[in-house]
Design a protein around this ligand. Structure first.
Ligand SMILES: Cc1ncc(COP(=O)(O)O)c(C=O)c1O
Length: 459
């Protein structure tokens, strides 16, 4: 581990169990452990817990102040422009649903097909078109521009382009600035699903000119239950709130309602003030250390992860855009001859390594990357609708974060080398595994991000 990574670990301690079985966590893309500062902020706040925006007592005023201070922390974290609001939601999924409800009915939406379900399904209440799967980032940008341009030229511009900031399957980072420019040029707004981007990259909405962005607290080292939707107020003025109730309104009569303005308009009901406090504390802590520093420290580890996995016989890393140079620390792979669910179980039970196995709530993308025949997908749908228990094709994902060390990566690769050697019927598994370090040297380039040592012989 570099001294910079060690320093970041020291500056941002995580709240992790001190007793019981110690497991290596390589599942940060699913959920991150909470930062100790987030836990401390909650502990300090809990005694003052009271209603937010609804009472004159001391607890209520302190709770309101804490809630609004948390909002200001999120604003700073994402570089929120003055014409935008931070709406507290439960998570990224809720954020996309809130935005979908706020858009005019039957809005035309252009969506990448490589999205998490959270950024696919909410748009189906509108008129959604999917871009084709592109085999390179350059093709993706060209296809997006083409669709936006054709729609505008036909006098039916898209209202919204919905894309991820970083893929939860491949880790590939989307060039948000460029897509925002393209969207705006052709009359569309842009929504960025930053669930995987926010933990790993600095976000500056003011500089990027992005209209809508969402992320989840539980992926940025806060506990579950709070996330944020940042929205450009003007773009959803008059939008319908997803949740209707107290706090979202200015006046209600028995047959009419005057909705409030953003952000309260989209936060009906008593808010999760504890979650917001934790999220605010996490955002402050991450911004305090600097997301650029975190990104730099993680990228050295991520390159190790990719290159070492790439060096293993039988391992195929899944990529969508081989030309994408910026990737967050996510590695999704399959191991020849080993069922992915079984591999995930074995890593957890036999090696105490937590990864994720499955299709990562991105079924269309996984089906595409694993070259699943559309007919097979249809057969699976039919079987599910008949009530059959079936297994969906999947892969294994290892993902890194603030607590990851180089030793964690070595442990994963060593475990995989064992499992792979056994699956291939290698007689001397021990010798195969001990020759790993030689292979790593060949595969461990002082590589540019995204490069691999695939030219060298695999172990
Ligand atoms: C890219 C991406 N978008 C959206 C989500 C949904 O996040 P949440 O479950 O917190 O709503 C995830 C979760 O894994 C994700 O990785």
């Amino acid at each position: 581990m570099t001294s910079e990574a060690r320093l970041i670990h020291a500056l941002l301690p995580l709240c992790t169990p001190t007793e019981g079985v110690q497991e290596i966590n390589l599942d940060y893309a699913a959920t991150t452990p909470a930062l100790q500062v987030a836990v401390d902020a909650v502990t300090e706040f809990i005694p003052w817990y009271g209603s937010v925006h609804r009472g004159g007592g001391l607890r209520s005023r302190r709770s309101t102040d804490a809630y609004e201070a948390a909002r200001a922390s999120v604003e700073r974290f994402v570089g929120c422009p003055p014409d935008s609001s931070v709406v507290f939601v439960r998570n990224t999924t809720e954020a996309a649903n809130v935005l979908a409800a706020a858009l005019p009915p039957d809005s035309r939406i252009l969506c990448s097909p490589a999205e998490h379900h959270a950024n696919l399904l909410p748009w189906r209440s509108h008129a959604v078109d999917y871009l084709p799967f592109a085999h390179s980032l350059a093709d993706f940008l060209e296809a997006t521009e083409g669709r936006l341009c054709d729609a505008a030229a036909a006098g039916r511009p898209y209202r919204l382009l919905a894309v991820t900031g970083a893929s939860n399957v491949t880790g590939e980072v989307t060039p948000i600035g460029e897509l925002t420019r393209l969207a705006h040029e052709h009359g569309a707004l842009i929504f960025v699903d930053a669930a995987q981007l926010a933990p790993h990259r600095r976000i500056d909405l003011t500089g990027l000119d992005v209209d809508f962005l969402a992320f989840s607290g539980h992926k940025v080292y806060a506990p579950f239950g709070a996330g944020a939707l940042i929205l450009r107020d003007e773009a959803v003025r008059g939008g319908m709130p997803l949740l209707k109730g107290g706090g979202a309104v200015r006046l209600v009569t028995l047959d009419d309602v005057a909705w409030g303005s953003s952000p309260g308009r989209y936060e009906a009901g008593t808010p999760n003030v504890v979650g917001a406090v934790a999220l605010g504390a996490a955002c402050d802590a991450l911004a305090g250390v600097g997301m650029e520093r975190i990104a730099a420290a993680e990228s050295a580890l991520a390159r190790r992860l990719w290159s070492r996995l790439d060096a293993l016989a039988g391992v195929s890393l899944l990529r969508l855009w081989p030309d994408a140079t910026d990737r967050v620390g996510v590695a999704t792979f399959i191991l020849a001859g080993v069922d992915s669910h079984e591999l995930g179980r074995s890593l957890a039970d036999d090696w105490a390594i937590a990864v994720r196995a499955g299709s990562f709530c991105a079924h269309p993308l996984i089906a595409h990357l694993l070259a699943v025949d559309p007919g097979h997908s249809q057969a699976l749908l039919t079987a599910i609708n008949r009530g059959e228990q079936i297994s969906i094709p999947g892969a294994v994902r290892a993902s890194i974060g603030l607590g990851t060390t180089e030793a964690d990566i070595v442990s994963l690769v060593t475990a995989l080398a064992h499992i792979s050697a056994e699956a291939r019927g290698v007689e001397d598994v021990g010798a195969a595994v001990s020759s790993l370090s030689t292979a790593w040297q060949a595969h461990d380039p002082a590589a540019a991000p995204g490069a691999s040592g695939a030219a060298a012989e695999k172990l």
